[in-house]
Design a protein around this ligand. Structure first.
Ligand SMILES: *Cc1c(COP(=O)(O)O)cnc(C)c1O
Length: 227
């Protein structure tokens, strides 16, 4: 068994354990395997091990890695988990099945325009900056309801849930709880939260998607990490 295959199995087992401990159905938690900075061969190994949902945080990198994999495995589901610039919207709509990082009206509008033009309609999540960090992407928690309404009612995006990245070094629990609260009051069912360091907590607090990279693919060169 390869290292990636073994790591995938271990992560899935921990997800199931955390779900059961919280009285949740393990099948209600999807694993988004984050292969950013790792080569397409590493992703292909995960695909061979049965993994089908992947996350990438850069449009250009995903464009280099995923078209061939998606052609070979039409059931792959690709999530954009990094910031999206308006000038990359066309590529993003063409390639991604879920865009997890909608965080401003201008981007919502650009997505709506491109969806109307292309006829391809990815599902979207609204990213919430639960820690109100000035340098971090995501809508302010106080403006999340308004942005969700705008995306849904004005731009008719397929908004299914929320995503967050808690501040480094913070206890993630209050951030996961806040995200779940905002989702519940907006009638949204998907919660993308939890990474290698904290996904069991996220599962305990209701995550439907955990985004796990280094625990599956190994460490990344720090210089290439952009969150
Ligand atoms: C890189 C990344 C992850 C995965 O991080 P790990 O700590 O390696 O599991 C999850 N979410 C986002 C938004 C990321 O950029």
């Amino acid at each position: 068994m390869s290292a990636i295959t073994a790591a995938l199995a271990a992560v899935k087992a921990r997800i199931a354990e955390a779900a059961v401990a919280a009285g949740r159905d393990p099948a209600a938690v999807a694993l988004v395997a984050v292969g950013k900075t790792h080569p397409a061969e590493a992703v292909a190994e995960a695909v061979a091990a049965g993994q089908r949902i992947f996350g990438e945080n850069r449009v250009q990198e995903a464009k280099a890695k995923f078209p061939a994999l998606k052609a070979a495995h039409p059931d792959l589901e690709l999530h954009l988990i990094g910031p999206l610039q308006s000038n990359k919207v066309r590529d993003a709509v063409a390639l991604f099945d879920v865009i997890e990082t909608v965080d401003r009206p201008k981007l919502a509008r650009a997505l709506a325009d491109e969806i109307a033009r292309s006829g391809r309609s990815p599902r979207v999540l609204v990213q919430v900056n639960t820690g109100r960090e000035p340098q971090k992407a995501g809508v302010d928690p106080d403006q999340a309801d308004a942005l969700v309404a705008l995306c849904r009612d004005v731009y008719r995006l397929r908004v299914e849930g929320l995503m967050c990245i808690p501040p480094d070094g913070d206890d993630p629990d209050p951030h996961f709880r806040l995200l779940a609260e905002i989702a519940a009051r907006n009638g949204l069912t998907l919660l993308s939260m939890g990474m290698s360091g904290d996904y069991p907590r996220a599962v305990a607090l209701g995550a439907t998607h955990v985004r796990v990279g280094s625990a599956i693919f190994g460490h990344r060169d720090r210089a290439q990490v952009t969150v």
